[in-house]
Ligand binder design. Structure first.
Ligand code: C5P
Length: 236
């Protein structure tokens, strides 16, 4: 892997706070994620600013709409120069394939990632939507659909990594939130794994927020996590 596997979410509504954190971080040590909150406030200008500082940007807007609308949005994200962009796999294979096609027409090709089942959803929530299967079965189904539609990978919980890695091969990218270095606060994450456990299970990229963003010395925390990841990668 060319770069760090750590993705730091910039979950701020104030661009100033996001930039203050970014000033402490280094592109060699992490990538950054811009989600709906920061993007709604600061827009593409913020994304361009982060890219100009040398960061790989994961544009986490989870597109879900008719195929043409999603594909055009992905094409614009490619023009913006983001490193990774995502769509909801439940938008269906036609939506995902068209997004892939539109991105391929561009000179810069971001990684195109599918969102399976949000980890905030449980089986009861699936029933409410009319699904009769388990969360795991639905995650597997959507990840397979994403893979068949030519997506580069999916966002999933660390608990699902092994199943997806075993079924979808080693090139398929698995991006996992809910990661906590040993000894840090779980915050509102229910089922967490340490960075080492997630890498051992087969995760490619780890989204790690508060343990880094709320640390007194975020760079030191990043370096410690990087060491743990390196040790785990050698053992895989
Ligand atoms: O590490 P921390 O819990 O602070 O990370 C929170 C970030 O991870 C947020 O950007 C959130 O959107 C993202 N995320 C999550 N759980 C998911 C998917 C994404 O916490 N299942």
């Amino acid at each position: 892997m060319d770069h760090s596997r750590i993705i730091v979410p910039l979950d701020y509504s104030e661009p100033k706070l996001a930039l203050e954190l970014v000033e402490k971080l280094q592109p060699a040590l992490c990538r950054v994620k811009v989600g709906k909150e920061l993007f709604t406030k600061a827009g593409p200008v913020m994304v361009e600013k982060l890219i100009s500082k040398g960061f790989d940007v994961f544009l986490d807007l989870k597109y879900h709409d008719i195929p043409t609308t999603v594909a055009k949005a992905c094409a614009v994200a490619a023009d913006l120069g983001v490193w990774m962009v995502n769509v909801h796999a439940s938008g269906g294979s036609e939506m995902m394939s068209l997004a892939r096609e539109e991105i391929e027409k561009k000179s810069h090709h971001p990684l195109l990632i599918g969102v399976t089942i949000l980890t905030s959803m449980n089986e009861e929530a699936l029933r409410e939507l009319g699904y009769q299967c388990s969360v795991e079965e639905q995650v597997m189904r959507l990840a397979q659909l994403a893979s068949d539609a030519g997506l580069d990978g999916v966002v999933c919980s660390a608990q699902e990594v092994k199943m997806l890695r075993d079924n979808l091969g080693k090139e398929f990218k698995l991006v996992t939130p809910g990661i906590r270095p040993a000894g840090s606060d779980n915050n509102d994450q229910e089922r967490v794994m340490t960075p080492g456990q997630a890498i051992n299970a087969g995760s490619d990229y780890l989204v790690i927020g508060r343990p880094i963003t709320q640390a007194v010395d975020p760079v030191q925390v990043l370096k410690n996590i990087e060491e743990e990841i390196c040790a785990a990668s050698m053992a895989v």
